[in-house]
Design a protein around this ligand. Sequence first.
Ligand code: M6R
Length: 362
Amino acid sequence: EKGGHRHFMAKEIAEQPTVLGDALAHYLRGDGIELPAPGLDFADFDRVVMVACGTANYACVVAKYWFEQIAGLTVEVDIASEFRYREPPIPPRTLALFVSQSGETADTLAALRYCEGKASRIASVINVTESSIARESDLVLPIRAGAEIGVASTKAFTCQLTVLFLLALKAAADRSRLEEGELEEHLEAMRRLPGLMNFALAQSTEVAAVAKAVSEARDVLFLGRGSMFPLALEGALKLKEISYIHAEGYASGELKHGPIALVDKTVPVIVMAPTDGLFDKTVSNMQEVMARGGKVLLITDPEGARAAGEGCWKTLIMPEVPGALAPILYALPAQLLAYHAAVAKGTDVDQPRNLAKSVTVE
Ligand code: M6R
């Protein structure tokens, strides 16, 4: 049942090119997107509020960058356990969007119920379609990841991102924000993702070697800018939940506002930086870390490694990927790093202590 893998998590990481390819085959028709979203028109909304927990929340934070940049639409993201008790006003023309792998997370379900009768429409991005959140939504967008058994969410995260990206493109189209040929370019890039993911997975052995060293650390920092910031949060969550190593994710620009005080030669600092418009800024933050003796693991593309790899403790090279899609691809080295660090520490990878796959109590 683990398909020859030692853990469900390893199987689920390895499955990503296939499940993502299948999801794309399902949602891309000819040269357009076909989401099961009858009557959904983003011209009807001024605002989207996205609510979720844990990894699903980080998928929403990535999506915020996409919706704002590609569709020019205001997005607020909240964690369900805060949102549900805060009594946030829900103005008219708001789409409320809930993201959940299990569809049973108690706080996310309660947040959805709070929005009933207030939001113009309630949609959910769900893996388990026979679930409470799916049942109570006006509109369900399945991520089609297949059963995810490992407590650490992996393929559900990249499939959530995929559906959210397609949704952001639909929002851009509905709001006439796309230039001639832009949609085709994005879709073409999406179709290349499964192949790029295979390249990333092929580096599992290199990642395992780095993870062995990381597994000896007490604290680890993850840094990213732009849509790589939520990836830094996700990388830290993944590492802490299965290896029990203390890890924090920060926006690179926040480093000098506090966390740089933690940096010394015992703290690995994992910098996730594809060569995009923010690369130079991230590199200058990275150099501040190195100047203080920090051990930097730079995860970047070949051009980034040429430009900034010198002096880093380690470098992991991902294939080049169009900027918007980098968070989907860079999720893989983050998952592999956590996985191999946990294996090196001998923890129970699929059933980490104190955690449940689906959090049905608040
Ligand atoms: O089933 P859900 O997507 O609603 O679950 C949300 C979180 O409990 C979940 O993502 C959790 O953070 C994972 N263990 C992270 O790997």
